[in-house]
Design a protein around this ligand. Structure first.
Ligand SMILES: NC(=O)c1ccc[n+]([C@@H]2O[C@H](COP(=O)([O-])OP(=O)(O)OC[C@H]3O[C@@H](n4cnc5c(N)ncnc54)[C@H](OP(=O)(O)O)[C@@H]3O)[C@@H](O)[C@H]2O)c1
Length: 248
């Protein structure tokens, strides 16, 4: 499939799944807008993509700030005229038990994982609606399908992303020709676990990582590409992607 003049906006593109998705889409000729807070990481990825022959633009963005998302989307549209793909990927997972009352972490998770999806969507969807085409990918998780102890707030945020995805599909697909795909991975190798401030949960996650072959960011990126390349009549609305060895 030709992706000439296709433009993608990827949140959380400075590491993990987002960076892998940026590299994978750029290798297909898609122009990628890289949105995250760490500007130096974004610039390094832009250089890497350009030296591999792709096109990328760094968009320093805080997804918790609606104005920052609007500014990033406008910058991308000004540079490349359109936005065809939105990957709502930015997310945090600092694990803890409810009775530890880490209320700051709860707030940050809801702000990034839920409000971030809404803020980026509000910034990008008007362009897709104007174009009468687009494809939105929302990163939920296995934690958006089942609840795990220690992940209550994270699960609440990822269930919210799954619900939002289905609502977006119902409202946007038939009326505006915008496809919506909810991605629900199991364990993926990334920097996500570095956010865990609770020593016991951090050890638990490190032990799991040592005993299970996790997915790579590229596995999620290639799944995104698969859904993107599906015929226009076909919306891959959900993808549940698990490491073969993950039995939980
Ligand atoms: N790894 C897994 O096992 C797994 C499994 C299921 C689902 N997921 C989901 O996949 C997504 C990507 O996670 P990952 O595993 O790739 O983790 P990661 O390597 O930690 O990446 C998280 C990304 O989110 C960005 N981010 C955080 N706060 C932000 C903010 N306020 N504004 C803009 N960007 C922000 C970070 O960039 P900056 O710090 O530069 O802003 C970073 O690029 C998340 O939504 C996560 O919940 C991950």
């Amino acid at each position: 499939m030709s992706h000439h003049n296709t433009v993608a906006f990827i949140t959380g593109a400075s590491s993990g799944i987002g960076a892998a998705t940026a590299r994978t889409l750029a290798a297909q000729g898609i122009i990628v807008g890289l949105a995250a807070r760490r500007a130096e990481r974004l610039e390094a990825l832009v250089s890497q993509i350009q030296s591999d022959g792709g096109q990328a633009i760094a968009l320093q963005t805080d997804v918790t700030d609606p104005a920052s998302c609007q500014h990033a989307a406008q910058t991308l549209v000004k540079a490349h005229g359109r936005i065809d793909v939105l990957v709502n990927n930015a997310g945090l997972m600092p694990l803890s038990n409810i009775d530890q009352f880490k209320t700051d972490e709860w707030k940050r998770m809801i702000d990034v994982n839920v409000m971030g999806v809404l803020n980026a969507s509000a910034a990008v969807l008007p362009h897709m609606i104007r174009q009468h085409s687009g494809h939105v990918f929302n990163l939920s998780s296995i934690a958006g399908r089942k609840v795990f102890a220690g992940l209550s707030v994270y699960c609440a945020s990822k269930f919210a992303v799954a619900a939002l995805s289905e609502g977006m599909r119902l409202e946007l697909a038939p009326k505006h020709n915008i496809r919506v795909t909810c991605i629900q991975p199991g364990a993926v190798k990334s920097e996500l676990y570095e956010q865990i401030s609770d020593a016991n949960y951090r050890k638990q996650m490190d032990d799991l990582a040592a005993s299970t072959t996790y997915l790579e960011g590229e596995d999620i990126a290639s799944s995104i590409l698969f859904a993107l390349n599906a015929p226009a009549r076909m919306d891959v609305s959900e993808m549940f992607i698990m490491p073969t060895e993950q039995g939980w």
